[in-house]
Design a protein around this ligand. Structure first.
Ligand SMILES: [Zn+2]
Length: 193
């Protein structure tokens, strides 16, 4: 069976909170000794970017009205929103779609992320049902050119690759001679001579 691959993107950003007690959550992992990001939810900028990417495929937005409603019910863990997006993906008209690769880049100048990259990849793989090798995560300050890169917050970009079984070829187009068999038999004078 052949496959087709579709790439979708998602993005999110949050500024740092002024509340020193707020934790920093990235990819479902608690990052110690760092100021947290501001938001109604836990402001997990990585999970939000991935959730937005899945919405980019399903066309069903989670972040916005649906996540806000969940927040009002006390559901502030962004793993809940990601799960909602994964359920949309599994229930959609193209339910044979499966996640194949998730490439992420974080733009931030703090905290230092290198010690946490592998842990985040492992956690994200677990949440997405992938292997860690199918998760790429880089981080850059972008030389401080953006608000996130200059330390005001964090931005995350996600490129998600989705794999689908290739559609069955139209057998009529494989008729001998290259013409569609239906069209041949439909010719008004076919076989008349
Ligand atoms: Zn967000």
């Amino acid at each position: 069976m052949g496959y087709q691959y579709i790439s979708v993107i998602g993005q999110d950003s949050h500024r740092f909170s002024a509340d020193p007690a707020r934790p920093l959550m990235l990819g479902g992992c608690l990052i110690p000794d760092s100021p947290g990001l501001d938001g109604n939810s836990d402001a997990d900028v990585i999970l939000h970017a991935v959730t937005n990417a899945i919405s980019g495929y399903t066309g069903l937005n989670i972040l916005g009205a649906r996540a806000d409603a969940a927040c009002r019910r006390g559901l502030k863990d962004s793993r809940v929103y990601l799960q909602m997006a994964l359920e949309d993906l599994a229930a959609g008209s193209q339910s044979q779609a499966s996640l194949w690769h998730c490439s992420l880049t974080l733009e931030a100048s703090r905290p230092r992320l290198a010690p946490h990259i592998d842990r985040i990849r492992t956690k994200l793989a677990e949440l997405l049902g992938l292997r860690p090798a199918q998760i790429g995560l880089t981080a850059t300050s972008g030389e401080g050119l953006s608000a996130a890169g200059s330390g005001e917050g964090m931005a995350c970009f996600c490129c998600l690759t989705i794999r689908l079984p290739e559609p069955e070829p139209d057998l009529r187009s494989r008729a001998p001679g290259g013409a569609a068999s239906g069209a041949r038999s439909g010719e008004p004078f076919a076989g008349a001579d």
